[in-house]
Write a protein that binds this ligand. Sequence first.
Ligand code: ZN
Length: 337
Amino acid sequence: MKARLLAILLLCLPVLAQAATGAAQAGPTDAAASSTSTSTTSTSTTSTSTSTSTIVRLAAGVWRIAGDNAAINAGNQGAIVNTGVIATGEGVIVIDPGPSQRRAAAIGALIGSVTAEPVRWIIDTHPHPENVLGNSGFPEAEVIASAATAEQMQGRCSLCLQRLVDQLGAPAMRETVIRLPTRIVTDGQTLLLGQRRLRFLVFAQAHSRGDLAVILPDAGVLFAGGLVNDRRVPDLREAALTGWIEALNTLEQLAMPSVVPGHGSATDGAAIGRFGRYLTDLKAACDRDIAQHGDAASSGARLTLPAYRGWAEYDAQHRFNVARAYREREDAQLMEN
Ligand SMILES: [Zn+2]
């Protein structure tokens, strides 16, 4: 048992090997491969790479393609979420295929550099456009999501697509079409896809309404989707702070050796606790402030969390999160009293 655990831990180290320069030579055991023909070398054995054109092996037949750990901008063209890739022996599963046809094509090329299996399934962990509009690039694939995600995509994907066209320009989003989920999964459900069994957890109120966590027990990997960020301040716009903290407690109890966050580069289980502390610290700070001041209007200036200042998006996002969390905690306390 110990030897197996050690083997899993070793497999989870995303060693960046010299990038493969030809798909034909690359096999499923390659640690990393690049979609470009330019050879790049890294001797790093940590998971700090933020290259969005690299596929990193996490376990046998399991890879991660990193998104840029930043906000959507012209430089990253919206490729800001991590994408999971699982070879099943009978086709590939892509988890969160990115924001556009263009990104999906790049993801498809990276997948082609490590396996000859076609993409047969997509899993959308939640309905944000940077996660789901890349469904467009895999027209043959079945799209799997929670019911809440499917419902929200139906209601707003066209608006989200238009917003990204406005933000990034038409060329960046060229040929991107909306592909809605065709198979709904529920909390606790397992699915056998090809030769791999996946288990799903659905959280009704966390990062979004209907977040999906995808567990691959045979490889010891958890794809956390929008539920976990690594060293990046989250966006609480559609979030429920308390529900999110509870969801993270559930994920932490799974004790999976490898975790693929929605944003950021860590792939170890500690990423869950590290991220959860931001939310619990934010909640505690709001509760303290409400007890002392009860003044939401000026709370943003008071409730800085300096420990997280080095995280991506702190300046852009934290103050907004204070306002959002403050409202939620005020409402919760009114209900309690
Ligand atoms: Zn999201």
